[in-house]
Write a protein that binds this ligand. Sequence first.
Ligand code: 1HN
Length: 348
Amino acid sequence: MTAAQTKPDGARRAYYDRIAGLSLAPLWETLHALVPPSPQSPCVPAHWRYDQVRPYLMESADLITAKEAVRRVLILQNPGLGGQAAITHTLFAGLQLIMPGEVAPSHRHTQSALRFIIEGDGAYTAVDGEKTIMHPGDFVITPSWTWHDHGHDGTGPMVWLDGLDIPLVRMLDAGFAENFPEERQPLARPEGDAPARYGAGLLPVDYAPTSRTSPMFNYPYARTREALEKMRGAEEWDSCHGLKMTYANPATGGYAMPTIGAFIQLLPKGFSTAPYRSTDGTVYAVVEGKGRSTIADKVFEWAPRDVFVAPSWAWQKHEAAGDAVLFSFSDRPVQNALGLWREQRGNH
Ligand code: 1HN
């Protein structure tokens, strides 16, 4: 035994205190936590029931306008992250409310955003000079550094789930933002231009992508649902996912955005998935149907419009009481690009 191995704890503590003044710390006290054998996320499984959240969301409209708020959003905070504006370590999620006649003013930021429409009809998002009217179940993207504003010329409240890569961009210290000089940006193209140009199985001849984001910025639910319904006939169910599809960039086949991947899956009535886990903490929104998900040691009974989150590397199982459709998003494109993504499939 060397002298160092016999040093009492007190001597080590005193030493740590002395080096702390020089901004130094001993790795050997934290090595095991810094490089764990498998992901040890502080995020926990959590579930937001829409029937519980909705009254509070509606109440917010009596307290502040969309204009004053800039974005009237209730943040879905992961209870394991101590009040941070994060639902997983890398992603922000919130529920945004816009009332008829309101405008959420135009701005842009390097953070990428997605919307998944939860309730209401007729509000629009304008993205870099083009408007799209949003309907329940539509998946809409506002890629990094694109001007975007929302308005509502219809009737009734409109609610969507916002997903942004805010915590990831903050970790990278790569955030920039600016406001557009006017409330609404000018429109440069007619509504429907992007789906015609990029979403009809065609691309302009000589088209070369100029960014890593999809030129399609609204993936309407009517088409998504029809596709799922067509494919279900083949009954090629994946034991862990049912029938699961990725929202793709039609110009590259890659993800719609480089930092956030989005997915839609159909679980037929009575389907029960085999255990599955992956390193991308995943946010789910229930589009249709009721069911139950077991995530790590938690069981969530869900209904349409609910949101729940599965942390990185937590085992998950989903059971559909009736035909169910789940939307989900995660940082999978980032992990894939960096060679970090892993998954594990279990047995029933
Ligand atoms: C944002 O710009 C939107 O454009 C939604 O609708 C949520 C959360 C934090 C920062 C910017 C939007 C946001 C956001």
